[in-house]
Ligand binder design. Structure first.
Ligand code: AMP
Length: 249
């Protein structure tokens, strides 16, 4: 079974985000970029399936500018066999990403597609669900454990107040939650080997997919600064401040 994994290039999660001076978005120029952390978990799960003899090939796909090749190479250093870059300079919103992924799925015919549950830049949490709907495939979003069977898979999902187990008929789409696994680090020899793995580029414009954004960002604001705290001398002073200053009791 072939497994397709979607990997997005985002601002590294260690970077302190800065809003652009004109408030149109966040600063990405000269900022360290990395693979979306949930996508690392998705790659790890696919690679483990291959190592367990349950998957035959792991294909990493990224959509965006040529810089996304770096993200695909990293997926290959983690164990993906080959990569596909669906290239465009246009801003991609989740619906366009899902449509481009659908076109890639139709071309590659995988038995399973794994995405991250959410990209940490737009925090949309939409692409996996939209892709499953467009393909009319079963979906297991927020997977925290998966068990591959014969032509089907059990997915344990993190839901409010507990865990839900669903059985999906393959082919299916799943999205990786934080507890699905702990991704490995890419070792230097594997980073070197990844440079030689095949990476194909497809022009997004040639897929015939409508990439037009459906949303317009009006304004991006910095979170408001937290006020410094104060140390109170006694419980009665605390109660007094909560009652008369903060007016919360
Ligand atoms: P989102 O719906 O934007 O929160 O993204 C959810 C998941 O969709 C991510 O974790 C990725 O697996 C996938 N994804 C979103 N955008 C892209 C992209 N440009 N290239 C590859 N995968 C993407």
């Amino acid at each position: 079974m072939k497994v397709l994994v979607a990997v997005k290039r985002v601002v590294d999660y260690n970077v302190k985000i800065r809003v652009k001076a004109d408030q149109t978005g966040v600063e990405t120029a000269n900022v360290k970029m990395a693979m979306n952390p949930f996508d690392e978990i998705a790659v790890e799960e696919a690679v483990r399936m291959k190592e367990a003899g349950k998957a035959t090939e792991v294909v990493a796909v990224s959509l965006g500018t040529p810089a996304c090749q770096e993200t695909i190479r990293y997926a290959m250093a983690l164990g993906a066999d080959r990569g596909i870059l669906v290239q465009t300079d246009q801003e991609l919103q989740p619906l366009a990403v899902a449509k481009l992924l659908k076109a890639t799925v139709e071309r590659e015919d995988p038995g399973l597609v794994i995405l991250g549950k959410q990209a940490i830049d737009d925090d949309s949490n939409q692409t996996g669900q939209m892709l499953a709907a467009l393909l009319d495939w079963p979906q297991g979003a927020f997977a925290s454990k998966v068990e591959l069977g014969d032509g089907e898979m059990d997915v344990i999902r993190e839901v409010d107040g507990g865990l839900e187990t669903v059985k999906l008929k393959l082919p299916a789409v799943i999205t990786a939650d934080l507890r699905l696994n702990e991704p490995r680090y890419a070792k230097l020899p594997n980073i070197m080997k990844a440079k030689k793995k095949p990476l194909e580029t497809i022009d997004a414009g040639e897929t015939g997919v409508d990439l037009e954004p459906r949303l317009v960002t009006l304004k991006v604001n910095e979170p408001s600064q937290r006020q410094a705290g104060i140390v109170v001398e006694s419980v009665s002073e605390l109660v007094d401040k909560l009652r008369n200053e903060a007016k919360v009791i």
